[in-house]
Design a protein around this ligand. Sequence first.
Ligand code: SF4
Length: 341
Amino acid sequence: MTELLALENITMEFRARTRFLRTVPVRALSDVSLTVAKGETVAVVGESGSGKTTLGRVALRLLKPTAGRVAFDGEDITGLSAGGLKRIRRRAQGIFQDPFSSIDPFMTVGQIVEEPLVIHGYSKGGRRNGASRRELMHSALDEVKLQPAEEFSGKYPHTLSGGQRQRVAIARALTLQPELVVADEPVSMIDASSRAEILYLLKELQERHGTAFLYITHDIATARHFSHRIAVMYLGRIVELGPTRQVIENPLHPYTRALLEAVPEPDPANRLRQRGAVTGEPPSPVSPPTGCHFHPRCPHLIAGRCDVVQPEQVEVKPGHLVECHLWPEPDAEAKLPSGPA
Ligand code: SF4
C-alpha cells in the first residue's frame, strides 16, 4: 500500500509547571515511528497520559515535534509555515473527542459544515466538481445521515444529541473529502447506544471514499473492529505494533495482554475467570521509571534488566513489532500467561 502519513522518530517535549512555580521538561512522546497507508486505518491505543492525543496532533501538524520528521504523501511537513500547512489541511482533517466543545454553539449546523469550504476559498457562487457550496454541505449531512439535510442545516448545536453533534463534526471533517482523518476518541463522550452507529458510519465512509484513518482510542475493543493495524502506546512510546488480528489473537507485550484482559466479558460463563489485568496507575511522565517504563506494573519483570535497560524494538513476525525484553528469546511465549480467551 502507498504510504500517506509517516511519523519518523518523533519526540515531543513540553515544559510543565510544578507546585513551586518551577518548570520541568515533560516528554510526551519518545522516538515514535508510525506510518499510515492510503485507505488504511491504524488504531493508536493506550491509557490516559500515554501520549496518543499528542501523537494525533503532531500527525496533523497542530503541534511541531521537538525532534523527528512528519511526512505527508512524501512531502516533509515538519517545518512548514502556516500557508503550507493550510494546503495540507485541505487533505488531512481531524475529528475530536468532545462534540460539545469542538463545534461553535453560535453557528448553525449548515454554517459549521460549510466553514472548511469557506476557509479553503470556495466562494458562495463557485462550484466544485459541479456542486455548489450549499450542495456540498447538504451532501455531507446526507452522508452522516443527518436527514433531511435542509432541516438539520438550520439547527443550532444545543438542539442536537451528543451523537448528532459528533455526526456534525464528522460531516465538517469530510466536506473537503480529505485523504486522512485523525479521529481522536470520536465516540468516548457519546452514549453507548450511539457509539456503534458512529463507528459503523466511519467505516462505511472509509469504504466509500478510501479515506485513511488514524483512530485514537483507549478502548482496544473498538480498535479491533475498526482498524487494519494497532499501535499500543505506553508513556510516550509505541510498545507493540502489528496487524490487528495478530495483536488481538497473539499479543506480545504484557501491557497489550492487560488491555485485552480488561475488556468486559459478555459471556456470563466466563464472569468468574481469573483476569490478568495490571494493577496501579500509569507513572508520571515528569519522572518516568528507568529502563522499561512499564516495569513497576509488569508481572513478568526481569529484575536487574527491565528496571535498568530500555528494551529495543524487535520484529517478532513480519510487521509485528514489540518493545520488551521477553522478546526475541525462544521461550518468551512460555513465560507469558495464555492469551485472552
Ligand atoms: Fe515487562 Fe520487562 Fe517486558 Fe517491560 S521489558 S514489559 S518490564 S518483561
